[in-house]
Design a protein around this ligand. Structure first.
Ligand code: FEO
Length: 162
């Protein structure tokens, strides 16, 4: 992943190989970039945009976290507790930021988006990366040619067959 100006460009070196996860990470990157593209410096415009998209953005982040956590739990990934804690801390921080933003505290769309960008980049590079190899080992290539984890893969992982 490279950061050009304020935007993030997806790079395959940040791919874990599991299509579901990679697609969600790409979507997160797009979400951050989309927010950057709405930084205009015009408070009213930015606030209207923020109010329009923030709930869906938070819902998407939560869906992604839930996907990862479900897979980690199902496959008995030993970094689950540490990882979940980081997800939970981030969601709390986002909620606090949103409250501040809505209360008109001196938080701009630009500051908020930079916070998201920094977190997403470092989280994928440091935390998510810890499960990349593990998930790849658990996953199998399915009929569609994509690497994914189904219930049989989970069973094999738990029983130590993968
Ligand atoms: Fe991809 Fe742990 O968030």
């Amino acid at each position: 992943m490279t950061v050009s100006g304020d935007l993030i460009t997806w790079s395959e070196k940040f791919s874990c190989g599991i299509k579901l996860i990679d697609d969600q990470h790409k979507e997160l990157v797009e979400l951050v970039n989309e927010m950057f593209n709405h930084v205009t410096g015009n408070d009213l415009q930015e606030k209207n945009y923020f109010n329009r998209v923030i709930n869906d953005a938070v819902a998407y982040v939560k869906t992604h976290f839930a996907t990862e956590e479900k897979l980690m739990l199902a496959t008995k990934f030993d970094g689950y507790a540490e990882h979940k804690k980081e997800h939970d801390t981030f969601v709390l921080a986002v909620v606090e930021n949103i409250k501040d933003y809505e209360a008109g505290k001196r938080l701009t769309l630009s500051t908020f988006t930079r916070f998201l960008k920094d977190w997403v980049l470092s989280h994928i590079a440091l935390m998510d990366k810890k499960y990349f190899e593990y998930f790849k080992k658990v996953a199998t290539r399915k009929a569609d040619g994509k690497l994914s984890i189904n219930s049989e893969d989970v069973r094999n992982a738990v029983e130590g067959k993968s």
